[in-house]
Design a protein around this ligand. Structure first.
Ligand code: NAD
Ligand code: UFG
Length: 342
């Protein structure tokens, strides 16, 4: 199949490109690099020894996206293109709604004109909201989100669902990711946030490599076994494999299907710090600070539906996630920027 990855140069998109190319699929990437580097795609070529078509464009630019659909016989779209920083979305809600909703609408319009009927969408566990309790199951109704980023995901799920209802030949697969961390085993690609990381693992690995003095753990007084929040961390290569399974499932599917992509196993912030230090033999200095607004004490998946229907199961454990995150960080202390400047 020929698969268009919108936002394919980013963290999850680049790892998914490796997985799809290695499974023998053709890959087309469109990205405007607003939160990524074209270097990630060069590394994907190095890892796989395979080529892919790459277009630099804003996915909101209908002319540009239409031209890509005219040139490439796309079978399926995976829509990763979005802004994703929760805190920033509170400060810049209009930018988040404009970017995330518009990319989705433009892709759907161009897909309709080109007769492309399959789309896999990067959604998030955040759509379960605080009304539901972990483990989250796909049959639960969406809850209310604590920030504009989360609302964009909920709205895009609704837009995609309505679109599938209007066209019985469409297949829409909503993938609700839990907490993706880790990196490709080669250490050539990984998560490369710009500025101060918002997410836990890049902060941990940047602290270990000396770019940050210390990690602040947001809250040590939650009602959890060690007082820190519980999350469902998933290795990004397991997540990438979930996309491969979803694309292959979509080939013979019509309608809307939702899948949680998580391991189903909750770990605390302290579990992450301790496992990272032990597995890699490096210290991660930390202090326990105040709670972060909007954080839920416990977020983890019931991952049984993806196993039952897609035949997908995670293979990598927390130690693998910590080892691979560190391998990427220590080989690329400044992410892709070292190469960008050379
Ligand atoms: P990322 O920022 O690394 O990747 C997103 C990519 O989309 C980037 O390469 C960026 O340049 C591109 N992009 C954004 N807006 C664009 C536009 N208008 N036109 C063209 N390209 C555009 O993020 P990621 O971690 O790889 O996440 C991928 C998707 O998964 C996002 O939609 C994100 O919201 C979602 N998601 C991520 C997480 C996570 O923890 N990483 C969790 C749940 C959901
Ligand atoms: N944390 C810290 N210190 C930090 C960063 C994070 O203690 O410097 C803690 C958080 O309080 C939380 C855990 O580490 O308990 C994980 O935090 P992340 O920011 O890495 O991830 P979140 O669970 O907050 O958010 C992630 C994605 C969102 C998605 C959400 C859905 O980043 O895109 O999961 O649950 F919406």
């Amino acid at each position: 199949m020929k698969i268009l990855l919108a936002g394919g140069a980013g963290f999850i998109g680049s790892h998914t490109a490796v997985e799809l190319l290695e499974a023998g699929h053709d890959v087309v990437v469109v990205d405007n690099y607003c939160n990524s580097s074209p270097r990630s795609l060069e590394r994907v070529r190095e890892i796989t020894g395979k080529d892919m078509a790459v277009y630099e464009a804003d996915v909101r630019d209908k002319e540009a996206v239409k031209n890509i659909f005219d040139r490439e016989a796309v079978d399926c779209v995976i829509h990763f293109a979005g802004l994703k920083a929760v805190g920033e979305s509170v400060e810049k809600p209009v930018e988040y709604y404009r970017n995330n909703i518009d990319t989705t609408l433009t892709l759907l319009e161009c897909m309709k004109e080109a007769g492309v009927k399959r789309i896999v969408f990067s959604s998030s566990a955040t759509v379960y909201g605080e009304e539901n309790e972990s483990p989250y199951v796909e049959t639960m109704p969406r809850g209310s989100c604590s920030n504009p980023y989360g609302w964009t995901k909920a709205m895009m799920e609704q837009i995609l669902t309505d679109t599938a209802h209007a066209d019985p030949d469409m297949s829409v697969i909503l993938l609700r990711y839990f907490n993706p961390i880790g990196a490709h085993e080669s250490g050539k690609i990984g998560e490369d946030p710009q500025g101060i990381p918002n997410n836990l693992m890049p902060f941990v690995s940047q602290t270990a490599v000396g770019r940050r003095d210390k990690l602040t753990i947001f809250g040590g007084d939650y009602d959890t076994p060690d007082g820190t929040c519980l999350r469902d961390y998933i290795h990004v290569m397991d997540l990438a494999n979930g996309h491969l399974k979803a694309v292959e499932y979509a080939a013979d599917h019509k309608g809307v299907e939702i899948f949680n992509l998580g391991t189903g196993k909750p770990y605390s912030v302290l579990d992450i710090v301790n496992t990272f230090e032990k597995a890699n033999g490096v210290p991660v200095p930390y202090v326990i600070g105040a709670r972060r607004a909007g954080d839920l004490p416990s977020v983890y998946a019931d991952a049984s539906k993806a196993e039952r229907i897609l035949g997908w199961k995670t293979k990598r454990d927390l130690r693998d996630m910590c080892v691979d995150s560190w391998n990427w960080q220590k080989n690329n202390p400044n992410g892709f920027r070292d190469q960008d400047q050379s």
